[in-house]
Design a protein around this ligand. Structure first.
Ligand code: CP3
Length: 340
């Protein structure tokens, strides 16, 4: 077998490989004791920018669970840090910016940074180490979509409703488009750096897009997500949470090779909305990871059965692994998916 025959890459190309590929969002992280041990004394963003450490954390879940892909250990705000924006990740909370971007002048200032000038050499080095260790298992690179990044940047930190970012679109559309256009370029540079260093596929995370109306998504967001993926030279997975009302639009006019589906919408319904020419990814309910194995097993079997209606299916969760998850449950899921 060679890397190009890897089940994940075949599924992204629309084939049905003999083995259904499976990986988990947030597979590298706090559910693993070996991760928690490595992270002691190192801040999240410093860990992301230390090539040996980021590489080792990326590899941990691949070794432990036998998943069909590595997801690069980094964060959506890493390219912003590399562009010189002051940001930290607070444990248990998420990204926090020293200066929120709220006014036209704030937008002017941040967008005057040239996205092409960001130095992604630490990221590229980590990717190279991972890819050489992974062999025939593909590495998925990723970036945050412009809206999800803006949801943090405009608010200054995590928020439930992302009200300020959603308001900016309407109160000052020109500044919004300028900011989102800049974020798209930053994410595109980050994605391409990972691909150039050997990542085989990429996932664009628009985790918070579900707070938007379809109309706002189409007018203020989709064009910028499309720009983030323009000329990206690897297969693309596009993921959001709560995006049922505009799931078909998440195909971004056909640029996405796969669309990620959260746990709210049955895969059969997602497949009928998405149509026959896109691969689906998902959608095990993360809440069931804490259920007794027979309950979780029945759910995983149901997700697999529903996925048969798609041109191809990549098994994943409907969102990230909760930190309190027993990693054994993830290993069992991989074994089950590979046995069917
Ligand atoms: O295993 C993987 O998925 C790879 C690594 C990865 C991380 N963040 C590591 C991380 C990926 C792909 C991300 C993307 C990311 N970061 C997203 C989109 C995906 C999603 O979950 O919706 C978002 C919204 C962020 C922003 C962010 N960074 C949040 C909300 C948090 C969690 C805060 C917390 O502590 O609960 C982070 C921190 C973060 N990113 C951690 C990890 C492993 C936890 C850091 C720690 O160990 O304390």
């Amino acid at each position: 077998m060679s890397l190009s025959d890897a089940p994940l890459l075949r599924a992204l190309a629309g084939d049905r490989p003999d083995r259904t590929p499976v990986w988990f969002m947030r597979q590298a992280g706090r559910s693993l004791p070996e991760y928690r041990e490595l992270r002691v004394g190192t801040r999240m963003l410093d860990a992301c920018l230390t090539p040996d450490l980021a590489a080792e954390i990326t590899l941990q879940p691949v070794r432990r669970h036998g998943v069909d892909a590595g997801i690069f250990f980094s964060d959506i705000v890493v390219p912003l840090r590399l562009a010189g924006v002051e940001v930290e990740i607070e444990p248990g909370r998420g990204p926090v910016f020293a200066e929120p971007i709220r006014t036209a002048a704030d937008v002017e200032r941040i967008t005057s940074i040239d996205p092409e000038s960001l130095d992604a050499s630490a990221v590229a080095e980590a990717v190279r180490i991972v890819v050489s260790e992974l062999g025939e298992t593909p590495l998925i690179g990723f970036a945050g979509a412009p809206f999800t990044l803006a949801a943090y940047l405009v608010e200054g930190g995590p928020s439930k409703e992302h009200m300020r970012a959603r308001a900016l679109m309407h109160t000052d559309p020109e500044s919004w488009h300028r900011l989102a256009g800049w974020l798209a370029q930053v994410s595109r540079v980050f994605l391409q750096a990972q691909i150039d260093a050997g990542a085989s596929a990429v996932q664009l995370f628009d985790s918070w897009a579900g707070s938007l109306s379809r109309a706002d998504y189409l007018e203020f967001v989709a064009p910028h997500s499309t720009a983030a993926l323009r000329d990206v030279t690897a297969p693309i997975i596009h993921f959001g949470v709560g995006t049922g009302p505009f799931l078909a639009d998440m195909r971004l006019g056909g640029i996405a090779d796969a669309v990620g589906v959260d746990w709210r919408m049955p895969l059969t319904e997602a497949i009928s909305v998405l149509g026959p020419d896109v691969t689906v990814q998902g959608n095990i309910n993360p809440a069931l990871l804490s259920a007794p194995w027979p309950v979780l097993e029945a759910h995983v079997r149901d997700v697999l059965a529903q996925g048969r209606g798609a041109r191809a299916h990549i098994v994943n969760l409907g969102h990230g692994v909760p930190p309190e998850t027993d990693p054994e449950q993830l290993t069992r899921i991989v074994e089950l998916v590979h046995s069917i």
